[in-house]
Design a protein around this ligand. Structure first.
Ligand SMILES: [Zn+2]
Ligand SMILES: [Zn+2]
Length: 242
């Protein structure tokens, strides 16, 4: 059992608001520079750059999890974090079925699909910044069905968060943790009387932001199942700092 520094909310150049320097190699280089050991690439409503970042990290010692930041019908952002690209692609297939519109690069920015050598493979023309027609609870259930972790994004931010859209954190919200952007952690109760675990990740859109917020997990290895146990405090695993 050891400590892992994790930043599980990093956007790549596929997100229209993500910097072009957030290329697969750029993300890996910066993550290693700031001594992260586990990251997750979570682009808006898409996982098309996840595999490239995973391959760019091969042999570097950096563990890359396959993620996505899904935009619910209620305009709430949630992270979906998986072990494999295949799981993220299964999630993406459902998200794409429930996503309308075409990107306007002049307004929202380019959505660059890159490979592990940082070459441009193409441009995604879906409106990735838009809301899906999936309800928040449907997204959480789907993530769990596919074996992933579900985390409510930046719950303390005044936009696109559970609190900004619903007014509070529902006790029956099925997420595995709440991600905070600020210093204060809330005493948010769950249905069973326990409290929602708290995590902090960077939500980086630029290289310099990677690892600016991170969470330290005490666990056996860097996997979704180990992180789930750490969040639950099972088998000696824990969240050391967030
Ligand atoms: Zn967000
Ligand atoms: Zn984000």
């Amino acid at each position: 059992m050891r400590r892992f520094r994790a930043d599980l909310h990093i956007h790549s150049c596929l997100s229209p608001c993500g910097d072009l320097d957030m290329s697969p190699r750029g993300i890996v280089r910066q993550s290693l520079d700031v001594e992260l050991e586990v990251i997750a690439v979570c682009d808006h409503n898409s996982a098309e750059n996840v595999g490239a970042v995973m391959r760019a990290a091969a042999g570097s010692g950096l563990k890359v999890l396959a993620g996505m930041e899904v935009h619910s019908m209620e305009e709430v952002h949630t992270l979906a974090i998986f072990d494999t690209e295949e799981q993220a692609m299964a999630m993406q297939a459902v998200v794409y079925e429930h996503l309308r519109g075409t990107n306007r690069p002049d307004i929202f920015g380019d959505q660059v699909v890159a490979n592990e050598r940082d070459e441009v493979e193409g441009f995604n023309d879906r409106l990735l910044i838009g809301a899906t027609t999936l309800r928040l609870e449907e997204i959480v259930a789907l993530v769990h069905h596919l074996g992933g972790l579900s985390v409510a994004s930046h719950v303390d931010r005044p936009s696109y968060s559970v609190t900004s859209q619903l007014g509070f954190v529902p006790a029956d919200l099925g997420v595995d943790a709440l991600e905070y952007a600020g210093e204060e952690i809330w005493d948010a109760p769950r249905e069973d009387g326990s409290r929602f675990p708290a995590v902090r990740f960077s939500d980086a859109h630029f290289p310099a932001q990677i690892g600016q917020r991170f969470t330290v997990f005490l666990m056996e290895s860097a996997s979704v199942e180990e992180i789930r146990k750490a969040l639950r405090g099972e088998g000696g695993r824990s969240v050391v700092t967030s």
